[in-house]
Design a binder for this molecule. Structure first.
Ligand code: AMP
Length: 219
């Protein structure tokens, strides 16, 4: 069962991907994390990617498609995987089809996690993440608050805010989502793969919904 998560910014793609990884051993491929790894290299490409991400804009298709293709060729394809944040537009979805065809694999379901723009903004402003293990926390949500403020529960690293979690970058990211990412919903409906869920509930409720959709629940 390979899946794609599509959602507006801060709908919880990263949170639910981490839960699927921990509980059901899915391989998590996050486009944002892959790009943040490029930023951390400190190369001229990393600096360029950093500037674009800070503004909340999209990285050019050729770069992100190559990075995702490279990840997909490195993982164990006998295990299920989830793509979080890729594809984010029709051109990327078409490119993904080619990559998957070459690797002789399929995506089985596309899960669209829907939240309102206002909910997303509130979450963005409360979000902090662990730069080392990538765990996501949210000071706006008691379910996602770290035990010791400012420190990762899992690896004790100091938590940081994302550079693109500003009100200004959120506006840009949301506009891009409306204009470029939403058309993917119709695209995947046409492929009979789309399932829409309400992302405004608690983490537990939304995750249970995802488990039911995937038919993976094992307790
Ligand atoms: P995320 O971690 O998914 O919220 O993504 C953070 C940022 O990475 C986005 O705002 C974009 O700047 C960039 N990014 C992530 N995924 C893509 C993609 N599929 N195509 C282009 N840029 C992306």
């Amino acid at each position: 069962m390979n899946i794609i998560f599509i959602a507006p910014p801060a709908a919880g793609k990263g949170t639910y991907s981490s839960l699927l990884k921990t509980k059901y051993n899915f391989t998590h491929i996050s486009a944002g994390d892959v790009l943040r790894e490029v930023v951390n290299t400190g190369t001229p490409l990393g600096e360029e990617v950093n500037k674009i991400m800070k503004r909340g804009e999209m990285i050019n298709d050729e770069i992100i498609c190559k990075l995702i293709e490279s990840k997909l060729t490195q993982i164990d394809l006998s295990k299920p995987f989830m793509l979080d944040g890729f594809p984010r537009k029709i051109n990327q979805a078409l490119e993904l089809e080619k990559i998957l065809n070459n690797l002789k694999i399929n995506v089985d379901k596309v899960i669209f996690i829907n939240i309102t723009k206002e909910t997303g903004l509130k979450r963005i402003l409360g979000r902090i993440t662990c730069p080392v293990c990538k765990r996501i926390y949210n000071l706006e949500n008691p379910e996602l608050t770290p035990k010791n403020i400012g420190v990762c529960d899992d690896c004790s690293t100091e938590l940081t805010g994302r550079k693109d979690d500003t009100k200004e970058a959120y506006e840009t990211r949301y506009d891009i989502y409306m204009n470029e990412t939403l058309p993917l919903i119709e695209y995947y409906k046409g492929h009979d793969k789309l399932v829409e869920i309400d992302g405004s509930g608690t983490v537990e409720e939304v995750f249970e919904n995802i488990e039911n959709i995937l038919g993976v629940k094992n307790d």
